[in-house]
Design a protein around this ligand. Structure first.
Ligand code: GDP
Length: 299
């Protein structure tokens, strides 16, 4: 819990900063309400949330004046309302095995680290995990995933740089089935700059998977870097349209004042948020708890 509070400290500090100056005002007039709404939007909280906070302040506080604790409480409640419906842990179904999770995201988003954290988390829940190094465009990505696989002790299917990702996935499902693996986590190339290439590659992976198991992939998890703020929202849009995203993991919430973007994303896209990344270590993937995160953001 401390880690999550710490993770959002910058976001809540930023919110406080944006609101500072307003709290010295005695009256909660229209101009002040406008300023509060703008301050919330400037903190990346999303226009619908900002407008609901404004309405509630107008309804509940107009006669009483402005009180910092009261504003934060209302922000926390409204943020929790937006986040609660999207807080959904990744569910591993019993059949068929292996469950296949495709992990997508632009380079640098924290994709590789998230795969390692997720594999570690699943291992702790007694699932057997296998990785597929499907980001064959970057030799570094293959190498890094192998290092993680070694460290946490899970098998990995990998090939050469420039190799065919779909055949690695095929091999992964084959070996995973033969050895009774519960979950196959597939890294993929995050080439947003080449949308056609990205689509081709992902649809080829899907075709191969579909032939082996019509339900696969069971999840398509998009990894987003919170420090990129509004840019993360654009990425959701592009990947949703090209890859059929089923859920999100937002990383680097410990290193940014832009954690509010999680709220904007929930508001705009309503995609499940499976977990959040609050550090570089294996244990720094946290379940996404709407109330806890809302309190941490509101400060
Ligand atoms: P990829 O290129 O998307 O595979 O990204 P990586 O997994 O290699 O991560 C890029 C950098 O971000 C690495 O230095 C990671 O240690 C770091 N990183 C990943 N997730 C987090 C996180 O939740 N918090 C912090 N502070 N750093 C992270």
């Amino acid at each position: 819990h401390q880690k999550i509070l710490g993770g959002f400290r910058r976001t809540s500090d930023k919110l406080g900063e944006n609101l500072t100056g307003l709290f010295t005002k005695a009256a909660l007039d229209k101009a002040t309400l406008d300023e509060i709404e703008e301050a919330l939007i400037a903190s990346d909280l999303g226009p619908a949330t900002a407008s609901r906070v404004r309405e509630r302040l107008a309804d509940e506080r107009y006669d009483k004046g402005l009180d910092e604790a009261e504003v934060r409480e209302i922000v926390a409640q409204e943020v929790a309302k937006i986040l609660a419906p999207v807080a959904k842990p990744l569910e591993i179904e019993a059949f068929p095995r292996p469950q296949v999770i495709l992990v997508i995201g632009v380079n640098g988003s924290g994709k590789t680290t998230t795969i390692a954290k997720l594999a570690h988390y699943l291992q702790e829940q007694d699932y057997s995990v296998m990785l597929v190094a499907g980001d064959t465009f970057r030799a570094a990505a293959i190498g890094q995933l192998k290092v993680w696989a070694d460290r946490i002790g899970v098998p990995i299917i990998s090939g050469k740089e420039g190799g065919d990702a779909a055949s690695l996935v095929f091999e992964g499902v084959k070996q995973g089935t033969a050895t009774g693996i519960d979950v196959l986590i597939v890294d993929t190339a995050g080439r947003l700059q080449n949308k056609a290439g990205l689509m081709d590659e992902l649809s080829k992976i899907r075709r191969v998977l579909g032939r082996l198991n019509p339900a696969a992939p069971h999840d398509v998890v998009l990894v987003l870097d919170a420090t990129t703020g509004q840019n993360a929202l654009n990425q959701i849009e592009v990947f949703r349209d090209t890859a059929g995203v089923t859920g999100l993991v937002m990383t680097k919430l410990d290193g940014t004042a832009r954690g509010g973007v999680l709220v904007a994303a929930a508001e705009k896209y309503g995609l499940p948020v499976h977990a959040i990344g609050v550090g570089e270590g294996l244990d720094d993937l946290r379940p996404f708890d709407a109330v806890e995160v809302a309190r941490a953001i509101a400060g």
